[in-house]
Design a protein around this ligand. Sequence first.
Ligand code: NDP
Length: 237
Amino acid sequence: MSDFAGKNILVLGGSRGIGAAIVRRFAKGGGKVAFTYAGSKDAADALAAETGAEPVQTDSADRDALIAIVAGRGALDVVVVNAGTLVMGDPLSLDADAVDKMIDINVRAPYHAAVEAARRMNDNGRIIVIGSTNGDRIPFAGGAAYALTKSAVQGMVRGLARDFGDRGITVNSIQPGPTDSDMNPADGPMAATMHSFMAIKRHVRADEVAELAAFIAGPHGAMITGSMQTIDGGFGA
Ligand code: NDP
């Protein structure tokens, strides 16, 4: 498979879960892939050994470091902003600093990374932000702050698509539903509740999300922009 041969690709937050599946997919497609991670050095090193992708330790909450990493990759063809965290619970008792850090990682970082990537991105480049079906629907208590971050991604994607469209650059969000990962294990305590909201009652697999990213980033994705591509087994239906 060589659908990304010669492409310069950066995945922000690629050491585990959905991000790692996306790194695998683009590396398998022949791309020159780099990915960031925050704390999971062992996982990052193992993924690098498996795929040949280049790991870079950068905390997405550190805006200036994030911008420097994106700028340092030069003219990108594809950037995927996957890094995200989940802080859930009663808003009356959630730690305010934890909520703000989630907003830094899930909202501020995608905005600054996307803008910085676009500064020197090749024409017809692709910017993909991993949002969530919870940007559309949050059918249980305790998810307001997380939903806030994923709804914010929607506005960002719509606006940036218009800012960069004259260069053929597309800007989209992929909105997974419950996806098997460390963040949301398919056998975790919330699984049955999650499945009760879905038409197809199983977790999404990370490789299914990665294939959608590959489609959007590939030649047939040229006219998909400013859109939310939901892959959630009907969670939001
Ligand atoms: P995981 O927790 O399994 O993995 C998160 C990845 O993001 C890790 O590689 C982690 O790196 C990286 N990351 C987290 N914080 C930072 C940071 N501050 N700086 C750099 N990298 C960071 O999560 P998922 O794979 O499940 O989630 C990936 C994305 O998908 C998130 O944006 C999430 O909100 C979204 N999503 C997930 C769903 C799910 O059900 N799993 C559903 C809908 C959306 P490290 O380990 O090195 O810190």
